[in-house]
Design a binder for this molecule. Structure first.
Ligand code: ASP
Ligand code: MG
Length: 410
């Protein structure tokens, strides 16, 4: 919602659904750019590296973006002749833990909302925010209004949760990288979860986890269609995230290609190969609250081994420092080396469960492009490789073609 014009459009769309007989709860995110603007103001006043010290105030600040958009939407709905009421998270309440800037929803009280719905009102609840047990305002992390919406839908046992966003669905890959990328009509919940965690930015990963936990039927669709398109057409548009796998007759082996540049690789070289080294290295990293992704331990030579893993790029410097200052001396390892210019490219598909050779095909196509694979990790429904960042687009395009994602599904 970038302008009052857009807010009026949302109100008209919501009114259309409500007049068709649906009880509606709407969970807006802030007006576009507003969260960045607010957080930018804080940055002007205090150095970013002290941010953790004022995380509580950042939440207090950022939550105002959604409070404004929610009030404006309720006003616009009333102007459309609908009865409507808006609530901030704390008024519902949406209870969260106290992890400022990345809080998790613990419970949502549905009593007030149900009473309003029964009275014929459209209820607007701020996305992105909640309240902890000491009445502090919390926020759920960037993109968190997706999670708010799914959590509200779960609490209300909604028929469906529609996520209106700036793309018209979930694509086989990012269309900005591969123009031939296609919108998926359906995608299984498990695939969506993998894609979200592997770098697809369509939905906040926690919203997908929430949808899975409470089996909330979720549809991602465009907020840019005219508000007055046929409601039946709108109800079928976008991408539906499904829980029944055999719904699709012919399951594609690979449904999508995900990628991200958010990680960095770190290797500890010349580690004496004995029981407990993985624990000593990764235990220290975990104790510093640093999340580790792909892990590789090489075979040892002369009693020494190399140990590599990836972390988020934001944690790179901190991790190298921790390993160099503490872990390497304690282990008697040789040195720590790292590379931030890497990316992770993944193929995802539940069809991989019943097909052999999918990973091998991926590796073959990468080798045909002359792309060296640095690390590999697999799960039942995905294979990820870590490669040089400069080959990311080439790899994504080649794999998109290799797995027939350029072609419309038959
Ligand atoms: N306004 C918040 C953000 O920009 C939440 C959201 O948009 O989902 O991250
Ligand atoms: Mg968002």
């Amino acid at each position: 919602m970038g302008s009052t014009e857009r807010i009026r459009n949302v109100a008209k769309r919501v009114a259309k659904w409500a007049r068709a007989g649906h009880q509606m709860v709407v969970v807006p995110s802030a007006m576009s750019g507003e969260t960045n603007r607010l957080l930018g103001l804080a940055k002007e006043l205090a150095p970013a590296k002290a941010a953790a010290a004022y995380n509580r105030e950042l939440d207090m600040l950022a939550a105002t973006g959604e409070q404004a958009s929610s009030a404006l939407l309720a006003i616009a709905l009333q102007a459309e002749g609908m009865e409507s009421v808006s609530y901030a998270g704390w008024q519902v309440p949406v209870k969260t833990n106290s992890a400022y800037t990345k809080a998790r929803i613990e419970s949502i009280d549905d009593a007030r909302v149900r009473a309003d719905l029964a009275a014929g009102k459209v209820v607007v609840i701020t996305g992105f925010q909640g309240v902890d047990e000491d009445d502090n305002i919390t926020t759920l992390g960037r993109g968190g209004s997706d999670t708010s919406a799914v959590a509200v839908a779960a609490a209300m046992k909604a028929h469906e949760c529609l996520i209106y966003t700036d793309v018209d669905g979930v694509y086989t890959t990012d269309p900005r990288v591969v123009p031939e990328a296609r919108r998926l009509q359906t995608v299984s919940f498990e695939e969506m979860l993998e894609m979200a965690s592997l770098g697809s930015k369509v939905l906040q990963i926690r919203s997908v986890e929430f949808a899975g936990k409470y089996k909330v039927p979720l549809r991602v669709l465009s907020s840019f269609t005219p508000w007055d398109i046929d409601i039946h057409e709108e109800a079928k548009s976008g991408t539906l995230i499904t829980f029944e796998e055999d719904e699709k007759m012919e399951q594609a082996v690979v449904s999508g290609i995900a990628f991200n540049r958010d990680e960095a690789k770190i290797s500890v070289l010349g580690v004496p190969d004995k029981p407990g080294i993985a624990y000593q290295i990764l235990g220290a990293v975990a104790d510093a609250n640093i999340e580790v992704d792909v892990i590789i331990q090489n075979i040892s030579k002369d009693g020494k081994t190399d140990f590599s893993f990836t972390v988020h790029r934001n944690d790179y410097a901190r991790t190298v420092e921790l390993l160099t200052s503490k872990v390497v001396p304690a282990l008697g390892a040789q040195e720590v080396v790292g590379d931030t210019k890497i990316c992770k490219v993944s193929i995802v598909g539940i069809g991989m469960r019943s097909h052999v050779g999918v990973a091998a095909k991926m590796f073959r196509h990468l080798s045909e492009e002359g792309i060296n694979i640095q690390m590999i990790s697999t799960s039942e429904i995905k294979t990820s490789v870590v490669i040089d960042e400069k080959y990311m687009e080439l790899a994504v395009r080649a794999l998109h073609r290799a797995f027939d994602l350029d072609q419309p599904a038959s």
